[in-house]
Design a protein around this ligand. Structure first.
Ligand code: GLA
Length: 402
C-alpha cells in the first residue's frame, strides 16, 4: 500500500487529518490480508445560513467540511455486506436480500437503511466488505449520520453498476433516515455530503435540488464552535417545529412556507396565533436572508454576510426558539471578537455547534480566546475547529484495473 496515492486535495497541512484514511487502509490490510480495492469518503457539514428551511422547500447554504467518514473496501460475490467499525470496535454482517429491520438504531443500521433505500429505488446492489472510520464528531450537529450514509452509498456505487447522481443518492439516503431509521430530517445534510465542492459553500434550493456555489469572501475562514453540550429532546422539538410550519403553510393555502415572501406575510401575519406567527416569520425571513447571503458571497462582502448570520441567530433564538443557553453564550463570545464578522447556531439546535465567519489571519487566536471565554462563562469545555470546504462523497482510491 505504499503506492497509495491521494488526489491533490488531500494534501492538508495537518497530517492528523489523514488519520481516518490511514486507519481504514491499515485495518483493511490487517483484516483481509491485501490492499483494499477502493477507498471512499463522505464529509460532514456545517451550515453557514438557512436553518430549518430545508423541510419548508426553502434555501440552505452549507459547506462540506474537512472531516469525513472513510471506508476501505473490496467487492464480495455473495450479496452480503461485512462492515468493521474501527471507531465502534464492532463488526457486523448482513445479507442484501431480506434486510433485517432494526429494533434500535446501531451504527450498522445506517448501512442497512441505505441498502434498503437504494434497492427500493431499483438500484441493483452487489455486496462488499470493508473497514470504516471517521472524524466527524458524533452527535454534535455536524451530520456524522449523513456522512456515514453517503459513504455507504459510495461504497455500493464502487462495487455495483449504477450512475452517481448526487441529488438522487442524497434523496435515497434521506429516505433511509426517514423511513428506515425513523428520523424526520430534511434534505440538507445528505445533499451537501453528496454534492459539496472544495473551497466553496453550496446554495441548495431544497425544492428543486438545484445548487449554485460561492467561495467565502477573500481572507475569511469558517470556524466551528462546538459548545460541548448535546441536544436532548431535539427529535420531538424538531417534529413539532415541522408540524407548526406545515400548519402555517396550510393556513395560507400554500404547499410550503417557501411560497410566501416577507411582504405578503406581513399583510396576513395577524391571521395566525402568536406562536405560529413566530415560527413562520423565522422560516420566511431566513429564506430571504439566505438569498441575500448568496448575493453577499458573490460580492465578496464579508460584513454583509456576517450581519445576516447574526440576524439568523436572533431569529432562531427568539422566533423559532431552537437555541440554548450554551449556544447563545458561545455565539456571544464569538461576536465579541474583533476578528469575527458574525456567528450563529448551526444545525437543528438545542446544543451542538455554532459557526463563525472570522478573518483567516486571526482565526487561531480567535479560537483560543473564544474557547477560554466560553469555558469561563458556561463551565463546559468547547471544541473549536478552523474548517475548510471539502468535496462531497467521492472515491479517493481505486486499485489499478478496477
Ligand atoms: C438537522 C436536519 C436538517 C435541517 C437542520 C436544520 O440538521 O437533519 O435536515 O432541517 O436540522 O436546518
Amino acid at each position: 500500500m505504499s503506492a497509495l496515492q491521494f488526489p491533490h486535495q488531500f494534501t492538508w497541512e495537518n497530517d492528523h487529518k489523514m488519520l481516518p484514511a490511514t486507519k481504514v487502509k491499515d485495518r483493511f490490510l490487517a483484516e483481509f490480508g491485501q490492499a483494499p480495492a477502493f477507498i471512499v469518503r463522505a464529509p460532514g457539514r456545517v451550515n453557514l445560513i438557512g436553518e430549518h428551511t430545508d423541510y419548508n422547500d426553502g434555501f440552505v447554504f452549507p459547506m462540506a467540511i474537512d472531516r469525513a467518514t472513510w471506508i476501505a473496501l473490496r467487492p464480495r460475490g455473495d450479496k452480503r455486506v461485512l462492515a468493521i467499525s474501527i471507531d465502534m470496535d464492532d463488526r457486523r454482517e448482513f445479507p442484501l436480500d431480506g434486510l433485517p429491520r432494526p429494533a434500535e438504531t446501531r451504527w450498522i443500521d445506517y448501512l442497512i437503511g441505505v441498502a434498503w433505500s437504494l434497492q427500493e429505488r431499483g438500484y441493483a446492489l452487489c455486496g462488499w466488505e470493508g473497514a470504516i472510520s471517521g472524524d466527524v464528531p458524533i452527535g454534535s450537529g455536524l451530520s456524522s449520520s449523513a456522512a456515514l450514509e453517503l459513504a455507504a452509498a459510495r461504497a455500493f456505487y464502487c462495487v455495483s453498476d449504477f450512475e452517481w447522481e448526487a441529488p438522487a443518492l442524497a434523496l435515497a439516503c434521506q429516505a433511509a433516515e426517514n423511513d428506515w431509521l425513523g428520523v424526520n430530517c430534511g434534505i440538507m445534510d445528505q445533499m451537501i455530503s453528496a454534492a459539496g465542492i472544495e473551497e466553496r459553500a453550496l446554495l441548495i434550493d431544497c425544492r428543486s435540488l438545484e445548487t449554485t456555489s460561492a467561495p467565502l469572501p477573500d481572507g475569511m475562514a469558517v470556524v466551528i464552535l462546538d459548545t460541548g453540550t448535546r441536544r436532548g429532546l431535539v427529535d420531538s422539538a424538531y417534529n413539532e417545529r415541522r408540524a407548526q410550519c406545515e400548519a402555517a403553510a396550510r393556513h395560507f393555502g400554500l404547499t410550503a412556507l417557501r411560497d410566501i415572501d416577507l411582504a405578503s406575510f406581513g399583510r396576513r401575519a395577524h391571521e395566525l396565533d402568536e406562536l405560529s406567527r413566530k415560527r413562520a416569520r423565522h422560516v420566511i425571513s431566513e429564506n430571504e436572508r439566505t438569498l441575500r447571503a448568496r448575493d453577499a458571497m458573490n460580492a465578496g462582502d464579508a460584513a454583509a454576510l456576517g450581519k445576516l448570520m447574526i440576524e439568523s441567530h436572533i431569529s432562531l433564538r427568539d422566533d423559532f426558539e431552537v437555541s440554548s443557553a450554551a449556544l447563545d453564550a458561545i455565539v456571544a463570545c464569538a461576536n465579541a471578537e474583533e476578528a469575527c464578522y458574525g456567528a450563529r447556531m448551526t444545525g437543528a439546535g438545542f446544543g451542538g455547534c455554532a459557526v463563525a465567519l472570522v478573518r483567516a489571519d486571526a482565526a487561531q487566536g480567535f479560537a483560543e480566546r473564544v474557547a477560554a471565554n466560553y469555558q469561563a462563562a458556561a463551565g463546559v469545555e468547547p471544541a473549536l475547529y478552523v474548517t475548510r470546504a471539502s468535496r462531497g462523497a467521492e472515491t479517493v482510491y481505486r486499485a489499478a484495473g478496477l
